[in-house]
Design a protein around this ligand. Structure first.
Ligand SMILES: [Zn+2]
Ligand SMILES: [Zn+2]
Length: 326
């Protein structure tokens, strides 16, 4: 099969012929129909995350068709999605508490095991998700990480129907989250760098849109930050009412600046991080996505253009998501 291989971090991916993998007894072999490109893929290919497998096929937003290793619940020909979490141990203290997103030995698709920048990919039977039939491959792929983790951020922020919610940053995750928020009758306030992101937020019905330096005109009940910047977290915090929560949707922050406790955190305001996702997040989000007919913006790239797709994400050159269609 053809695959895009990361051989050395910071070097371009190499498109090569490799042997097609064989499923173990707990796995299916998927024929990849589409694989979304996530900002985390950049952290991996650019060496900001330590190397865990070499060479590696990146990609963790896989839409695929079951071709081998089928079981009753997963017949041959079924269309399923695979996300960032490819497996858990099921035995560590976190798994036993039902906190599988915090498992001590997570398997990460396209990081600790090969992912979906290829014609075929393996996935565990218990870590694939049925996809809404109305959504084509190109538009289903971006839901599988950006969408699910964005949805988890809304949960971690404790958002309730009708809340005033701030989204700080407006990339792949936020442009999906805003549709879920509108379905909950929330008012959405967007602060973001980049005029194209502000235009997108306006076109998707944000109540107010400003630059990263602007403060939303109301006190927010809840906020989610998407930029890898501690200054943005403090900006979000300073916009919250008492009892409000900021959820940080970023694996990595540049730093956490000093801030005034008495003014910004006192009053039972909270800052929470968002780590990974659970299978329940995935199933619940995909159900909502189907119900509200969520249609992400997506741009297709061929497997041979995998490096171009990564560059497009890196430079915010496209609105919405980049998707590799092998
Ligand atoms: Zn575990
Ligand atoms: Zn991702």
């Amino acid at each position: 099969m053809k695959a895009a291989l990361l051989k050395t971090p910071k070097q371009p991916l190499r498109i090569e012929d490799v042997s097609k993998p064989h499923p173990a007894t707990d796995q299916v072999l998927l024929r990849v129909r589409a694989c979304g490109v996530c900002r985390t893929d950049l952290h991996i290919t650019e060496g900001e995350l330590p190397v865990r497998k070499e060479p590696l096929i990146p990609g963790h937003q896989i839409v695929g068709i079951v071709e081998e290793g089928e079981i009753n619940d997963l017949p041959r020909g079924a269309r399923v999605g695979v996300s960032w979490i490819g497996g858990i141990d099921g035995t560590c203290p976190y798994c036993r508490r039902g906190l599988e997103n915090l498992c001590d030995s997570l398997t990460f698709t396209g990081y600790t095991v090969d992912g979906g920048y290829a014609e075929y990919a393996l996935a565990r039977h218990d870590f694939v998700f049925p996809l809404p039939p109305d959504l084509d491959d190109l538009h289903a792929a971006p839901l599988l990480c950006a969408g699910i983790i964005g949805f988890r951020s809304l949960r971690v922020a404790g958002i309730e129907r009708g809340d005033k919610v701030g989204l700080f940053g407006f990339g792949a995750s936020a442009h999906l989250a805003i549709a879920v928020l509108h379905s909950w009758n929330c008012e959405v306030y967007v602060s973001t760098r980049g005029s194209s992101h502000r235009e997108l937020a306006e076109s998707l019905g944000a109540k107010w849109v400003g630059t990263e330096a602007d403060k939303p005109p109301v006190e927010l009940d809840r906020a989610v930050t998407f930029a890898p910047s501690g200054d943005v977290v403090v900006a979000a915090l300073s916009s919250l009412r008492k009892g409000g929560i900021v959820a940080i949707n970023a694996i990595h922050l540049d730093r956490m600046p000093e801030f005034d406790y008495d003014r910004l955190l006192w009053g039972e305001r909270q800052i929470r991080s968002v780590a990974n996702m659970t299978r329940a997040d995935a199933r619940d989000f995909l159900e909502i996505a189907a119900a509200i007919r969520l249609q992400p913006k997506a741009t297709a790239f061929s497997l041979a253009q995998a490096n171009d797709a990564l560059a497009a994400v890196k430079h915010d050159a496209i609105d919405g998501a980049a998707v590799i269609v092998p």
